[in-house]
Design a binder for this molecule. Structure first.
Ligand code: NAP
Length: 261
């Protein structure tokens, strides 16, 4: 069964291709659908088929999606643009007679979520359900990887300035998400299912401080932080704008004490 992975040059997409191959899937069955094929040379060298696919170019999607199953990974574009990109992808998948679409979503996909990407998350799941194709949604929790990358700065700050109050989050690594997606992409019985992919335990930021202190042996202590503290700390440590935007989500949900638990 041939399967296409959008965004296979990205952190999560590349890990997902790796995880699919690690399950023993023949490389010829795997299609890396990427914006710039030359940037997927490492996958091509492993016999993965590389096809040009840009969410903003519907014709490229129709050609790239000549396969049975496609994993859609959202871009980091603003919500309304992401929704248009998914409309293009779902229309192309229908035209190309794709059987099954799998979508990487996000755990807090609910109307009342203050997260700025929520309108896209809701519209993406609705569009999948109305597409007439088989679908599966993998609702990811917050990536753990950026927290790990942030550890040197956290050690310097002696705290984690996340404005989460007592809210909890079950962070998950991109590798774990990729392994779960690889199972869905390579086995049957996942149609019309929504899976929440989370880490094993929902932690408060105070508990997260304790984990970092234990692992590094450095004093990292909880300290109340506002959204402003978080944005300033992100700016100072060079954290991406996308991650910084999550401050809105942190403050909104932590205020209700249920930060993505
Ligand atoms: N759960 C979380 O905590 C969390 C946090 C941040 C983001 N996210 C979401 O998860 C997604 C994947 O994360 P990541 O870390 O893998 O991001 P990433 O490394 O930035 O990868 C994004 C991928 O999207 C591709 N892309 C961008 N615009 C495209 C377009 N118009 N058409 C086709 N492909 C396009 C990029 O291709 P190029 O190589 O050509 O640029 C890249 O392969 C993000 O985009 C975001 O939606 C989740």
């Amino acid at each position: 069964m041939a399967m296409g992975i959008m965004g296979a040059t990205g952190e999560l997409g590349h890990r997902t291709v790796e995880a699919i191959l690690a399950r023993g899937t023949a490389a010829e069955q795997v299609i890396a659908a990427v914006r710039t094929p030359s940037s997927a040379a490492d996958l091509l060298a492993r016999d993965v088929e590389v096809r040009a696919a840009d969410y903003d170019d519907p014709d490229s999607l129709k050609t790239a999606f000549a396969c049975d199953r496609v994993l859609l990974i959202p871009t980091s574009a603003p919500s309304s643009l992401r929704a248009r990109q998914y409309d293009n992808a779902i229309a192309a998948a229908s035209a190309a007679a794709v059987r099954h679409l799998v979508h990487y979503g996000f755990v807090p996909t609910m109307v009342e979520s203050p997260f700025q990407i929520t309108p896209f998350l809701l519209s993406a799941e609705s569009a999948l359900r109305m597409s007439g194709l088989a679908w599966t949604v993998l609702r990811n929790s917050v990536f753990m990887d950026p927290i790990v990358d942030w550890v040197p700065a956290i050690v310097k700050m002696k705290t984690i300035p996340l404005p989460t109050g007592n809210g909890r989050c079950a962070y998950i690594t991109r590798d774990d998400i990729a392994r779960a997606a690889a199972v869905v992409m390579t086995t049957s019985g996942h149609e019309e299912k929504v899976y929440n992919l989370t880490g094993p335990k929902a932690l408060t930021t105070a508990q997260l401080c304790g984990v970092v202190a234990k692992v590094t042996g450095k004093p990292v202590k909880p300290k109340p932080a506002s959204g402003f503290d978080y944005v300033e700390a992100c700016r100072a440590s060079g954290v991406s704008t996308e991650a910084t935007r999550c401050a809105c989500l942190c403050t909104g949900r932590s205020a209700r004490g249920t930060w993505m638990s």
